[in-house]
Every structure is written in C-alpha cells, then in structure tokens.
Design a protein around this ligand. Sequence first.
Ligand code: NAD
Length: 283
Amino acid sequence: MTDDKSPSDRPRRIVLTGAAGGVGSMTRPLLAPLYPGLVLSDRMEPKDLQPGETFVKADLTRPEEVAAAVKGADGVIHLGGHSVEGSWDQILNANIIGCYNLFEAAHRKGVKRIVFASSNHAMGFHPRKTKIGVEAVPKPDTRYGLSKLFGEGLGALYAHKHGMGVLSIRIGNFGDKPVDQRRLAIWLKPDDLVQLIRIGLEKPDLVYEVVYGMSDNKRAWWDNSRALALGYSPTGQSETFAAAALEAQKALPKDAIGDYFQGGSPFCSQEFDGDFGRLKKLP
Ligand SMILES: NC(=O)c1ccc[n+]([C@@H]2O[C@H](COP(=O)([O-])OP(=O)(O)OC[C@H]3O[C@@H](n4cnc5c(N)ncnc54)[C@H](O)[C@@H]3O)[C@@H](O)[C@H]2O)c1
C-alpha cells in the first residue's frame, strides 16, 4: 500500500490487542508512527511502554473490560488470544468467547474496522503439493486452527450484517527471517504484516476480505492474488534466506505427517490417529 495519507487522514484511534505478545511487540514500533496514540491492550502490561502509547488492561474473556478497551476506537488490530494448540478450555475461552466479546464490543462501540489475526493453521491439512487460494475448503489442523475459522466467520458476520470493514489475515510465520524449510513457504516479514494491517484499517470500501499473511515467497503454497488486488506489495523474499534455512532444516527431526501437510509439525501430527495413507491419495 502506498504511503499516500498524512497522519491526519488516518483512522484516529487504533487499539492493538495482544500487544504484549511476540507479534505485538515487534509491530508496535512500526505502527506507532502510523497511528499516533496507539492504544495497547492485553491481559499483561507490555514491559516497555513508549511515550505516546497507552495501555488498557483487558482480559478478552471479560466483556466489560473488552468494551472499555475498544471504547472510542476507530479500528482494532486483534492479535490477542491463545496462539498455539491448547486444551478445549483454553481455546474456548481466549479464542472463541474472547473473539466474540471483541467483535460484539467493537460493534456496540461503533468501531468501523477490525483486522483479525487468523492463521495458516485454519488450512493446515492441505498438502504442501497443492497450491490453495483463500476460497479453498477449510481444513484446520488443531482446535487452535478451528478457532481461527470461528474468528474469520465472526468477521464475515459483523462485516455483512453490521457494516464493519474486516480483514482476516491468515498469518504464516511472522519474524525477522524464515528459519527452516516450511517457513520459506510461509514467512511474513514484519513490514509486510504492517502493510496488510494498513489495508485492513484504511482501504476505502473494504467489506470483508481474507488474505494470506506471507511475504513474496518463491516457495509459497498459497495464491495471494486477492491481497495483491487490494494493493499489497510485499517486500520480504524468503529465498534470500534459503541456504541458511535449508541447512537448519537438516538438524530438525523428520515428521512424516507434519512434513507432508502445510500446517507442519507438531500442529498436524500431534494427537493424529487418522488414516495418513488415505489422506495422501487426496489432491
Ligand atoms: N506468530 C506467528 O507467526 C503467528 C502465526 C499465525 C497466527 N498468529 C496469530 O497472531 C496473533 C499474535 O501472535 P503472537 O505470536 O504474538 O502470540 P503471543 O502468544 O506471543 O501473544 C498473544 C497475546 O495475547 C494475550 N492473550 C492471551 N489470552 C488473552 C486473554 N484471555 N485476554 C487478553 N489477552 C490475552 C497474551 O497475553 C499475549 O500477549 C495470535 O492471534 C496468533 O494466533 C501468529
């Protein structure tokens, strides 16, 4: 997305949930100049609050705290939640009830835009040999991945029924660089995530869209043409790091199931007692 807006044209008050987490901590310095007065929210206070940032403590499972956090916001970047596989109770509370509380509070408080951090694990049981677009059949690899489909569904509901603009970003692997073979396909550079967030918060007339949160990766398993059509122009190229990532891969244990499917190890292989032979015959 081109930098064609002055700060005064941008949405005024943006709330970042999950601000104390890994993605939140690395994107805060990139978001702060774009959205002055960025409001950080989490159930834990980030250690290094910067001048100009404010923190509102909110547990996503408590509707009144979530409502207080999003009050007066123009847009919300929703990163908060349980970010790996967990027990049903953990997923139900943080990602199902918590995500519902977030969308419902945002709707009641008149928030216009939500960017939802979905995950590649919503589609994890697609084989690596098959390139998929955003419209492919959902194949979650975990309760966690399933909860991300619920969040995407919430986004579609609130966008179409209540007039919100919502972008679900199926994040691959966020970080400074791709560190193994799988991540060469799914890596997302922090600046590229910020580009996608800006599309979600600022693109005029956005209703509801799903995109893959990946950089310009030569080995990609995903067709991200919808993101490109929305103005995404990723700058990260995982291939730059290919030699080191492939070398690091050699030290990792083999996982027949995890290595076959997009969701990888351990997401696809943990608790697996399905029929791998039958799954391998699928396209
Ligand atoms: N890191 C990645 O590569 C990646 C990939 C795909 C999707 N995502 C998604 O992006 C988001 C951020 O990921 P991350 O790696 O920073 O995760 P993280 O676990 O580091 O951060 C998540 C944050 O959410 C907060 N949180 C959890 N439960 C909460 C609750 N009940 N109330 C309030 N806050 C709560 C935690 O305190 C934490 O700070 C998550 O939604 C994750 O599922 C991340």
